[in-house]
Ligand binder design. Structure first.
Ligand SMILES: Cc1cc2nc3c(=O)[nH]c(=O)nc-3n(C[C@H](O)[C@H](O)[C@H](O)COP(=O)(O)O)c2cc1C
Length: 192
């Protein structure tokens, strides 16, 4: 089993990393964690190379992610909430998934041959208000759709200003539950 984790937090040992650590303690197999703040990954520059070619014209660390996405089994997006949604760097990295969209909708080739995946979303938020999940879920839906990923659930560790994620037992248990579920689903798909 192979899992790609996008870490969208700028903080080395922040709340999001605390939950990523819970996830990786349970996940089986190979895990690739991409730190969206330190990775050398440009945003999409709309050069339109992917309108006529497979892949992306920008040769940076995103190429490793494209390679990993070919046959990985699971995708986990883990990000703090900034301005009501995933962090800018998370969205910036994921803008490069546009090449998959072009493959399907512009070139109509559908030749990326990505293995179908299961996915989970982890979000930490300083505060809490009604419907605060909407924007994050909407962006995550784009990311999962572009990577042929079926989302199996989300974890929100809210009010981290008052309750640190590493002490939020509910969020920790939900994260571990999702990691176990990813293990089960991916291993059963790999047996088929
Ligand atoms: C620029 C910025 C924007 C933020 N926007 C929100 C927000 O819209 N809603 C919220 O609840 N918390 C917001 N926060 C607080 C973070 O979501 C919260 O501190 C989070 O747990 C940090 O996670 P980390 O330690 O993994 O980076 C924001 C923080 C920053 C720095």
């Amino acid at each position: 089993m192979k899992t790609l984790i996008l870490n969208g937090s700028p903080r080395k040992n922040g709340h999001t990393v605390a939950l990523i650590n819970e996830m990786t303690a349970v996940l089986e197999g190979d895990i690739k964690i991409v730190n969206c703040y330190t990775a050398n990954i440009s945003p999409c520059i709309d050069c339109r190379y992917c309108f006529t070619h497979k892949g992306c014209s920008i040769k940076d660390e995103m190429q490793d992610i494209y390679d990993y996405l070919v046959d990985c089994d699971a995708v986990v997006i883990a990000s703090p909430m900034h301005f009501g949604t995933l962090t800018a760097k998370t969205i910036s990295v994921c803008s490069r998934l546009q090449s998959y969209w072009s493959s399907r909708h512009v070139r109509k080739e559908n030749k990326d041959n990505l293995k179908p995946k299961y996915g989970a979303l982890i979000v930490t938020t300083g505060g809490s208000w009604p419907n605060m999940n909407l924007l994050a879920e909407g962006i995550a839906d784009f990311i999962f759709d572009h990577t042929e990923t079926e989302q199996i659930g989300s974890v929100y560790a809210k009010e981290t200003d008052k309750f640190p994620a590493k002490e939020n037992l509910h969020a920790i248990n939900q994260t571990r539950f999702l990691a176990n579920r990813l293990n089960e689903l991916c291993s059963s798909r790999n047996k088929d």
